[in-house]
Write a protein that binds this ligand. Structure first.
Ligand SMILES: Cc1cc2nc3c(=O)[nH]c(=O)nc-3n(C[C@H](O)[C@H](O)[C@H](O)COP(=O)(O)OP(=O)(O)OC[C@H]3O[C@@H](n4cnc5c(N)ncnc54)[C@H](O)[C@@H]3O)c2cc1C
Length: 332
């Protein structure tokens, strides 16, 4: 019996499991290991924060997987043993013939010091619930959005939050009383997507009077004083929103599968791990370089496309064929 194990049931893992379950024959099975009982889609957070989406829009359906015969295991992967073809969770071990790693990326809230305590976390459900509840009662004027590093998920999300918040206040006739500033290490908004995109976004922000502090490396947040410290200067805020950079889940390093920064280097065409004939990866956990040398952005749209390439190649290997499907290199 051929067993395909998928780690992670998010934007890459869930569609890969669905796609594979349609391709496999009797005697072949797909096991999806996911640490959360309910998988949340963070791409909906900005709209949810401003009341444009309901709670039900946030979670991904599990029944679509189980209906298709995918075996779901709720558990947190601790380690992969590539030589023995085994995945370890607290409850035991699971053997695989082929493995897809789709465990995403986790926020690293350690920098800048003070931010995690003083700010609302824009990447956690708890933080977004807090922001949604707070908005109608917000009596302050200065809203600061802090982006400490360019190594973030969905580089557009901090700007999306800013625009939606401005719109929220505008609809209530309060936008003139509110000042929104984004502190970002980028030289210009979304410069990684090229000049045209960057200028369009900058123009949009200017029109809405949203300020951008570019090339900003905030060194510290002083929660008691309600200020952000940058190059020795202090910038006051009434409400601080924090968009933390991300890192790879720690089990990748423990398994010896990470690069120097912990990410899984993946063949940009087949989505296989170089040198591993039975392991594939897709989504935020991968590191694929674009022709400019910059890493591919961490986007659900990219994760989704990569998952179909990985699933297609896994199905081909099971049928005794060589990987043939290739990722187009779409960058979002
Ligand atoms: C606020 C916000 C807004 C965004 N907006 C957009 C957008 O508009 N468009 C867009 O394309 N992208 C957007 N993104 C990015 C998008 O959400 C991610 O790029 C996408 O979810 C990545 O898919 P993934 O499958 O690689 O990871 P995820 O979707 O994060 O899935 C990984 C899964 O693996 C599980 N997992 C992790 N470790 C383990 C383990 N050890 N054992 C078992 N399971 C594990 C996790 O619980 C999770 O369910 C946004 C992100 C954020 C934070």
């Amino acid at each position: 019996m051929a067993t395909v194990v998928i780690i992670g049931g998010g934007a890459a893992g869930a569609p890969a499991a669905r796609s594979l379950s349609k391709k496999l024959h009797p005697g072949q099975r797909v096991i999806l290991i996911e640490k959360e009982e309910t998988v949340i889609n963070p791409a909906v957070f900005p709209l949810y924060a401003v009341g444009k989406r309901k709670r039900g829009h946030l979670s991904r359906s599990r029944s679509r997987l189980t209906r298709r015969g995918v075996k779901l295991i709720t558990g947190e992967v601790q380690k992969i043993d590539a030589a023995k073809k085994r995945v370890y969770i607290h409850e035991g071990e699971i053997s695989y013939d082929l493995l897809l790693i789709a465990a995403g990326a986790v926020p690293d809230r350690s920098q800048p010091p003070g931010a995690a305590d003083a700010a609302i976390d824009l990447q956690s459900l708890e933080g977004v619930e807090k922001l949604r509840a707070l908005l109608p009662h917000f009596g302050g004027a200065e809203i600061a959005i802090i982006v400490p590093s360019t190594g973030i998920k969905c580089p557009a999300a901090p700007y999306e939050y800013a625009l939606l918040l401005e719109n929220w206040f505008q609809r209530r006739g309060r936008s003139r009383d509110i000042s929104i500033t984004i502190y970002t290490p980028e030289e210009a908004p979304l410069s990684l997507f090229g000049k045209r995109v960057s200028e369009t976004v900058a123009g949009l922000l200017l029109k809405r009077r949203i300020r951008v502090h570019p090339a900003a490396r905030i060194s510290k947040i002083d929660g008691a004083e309600k200020t952000a410290v940058l190059d020795g200067n202090r910038f006051p805020f009434d409400l601080l929103l924090f968009y933390a950079p991300v890192m790879a889940p720690p089990f990748i390093e423990k398994s010896g599968l990470g690069d120097e920064e912990g990410w899984v280097r993946t063949d940009p065409g087949t989505m296989a791990l170089p040198g591993e004939d039975s392991i594939f990866a897709a989504g935020d956990i991968t590191r694929i370089e674009t022709p400019s040398g910059a890493p591919l952005p961490k986007l659900g749209a990219i994760a989704h496309l990569q998952s179909f390439v990985a699933a297609g190649n896994i199905a081909r290997l099971i049928r005794g064929r060589r990987p043939g499907r290739t990722y187009s290199g779409f960058t979002g």
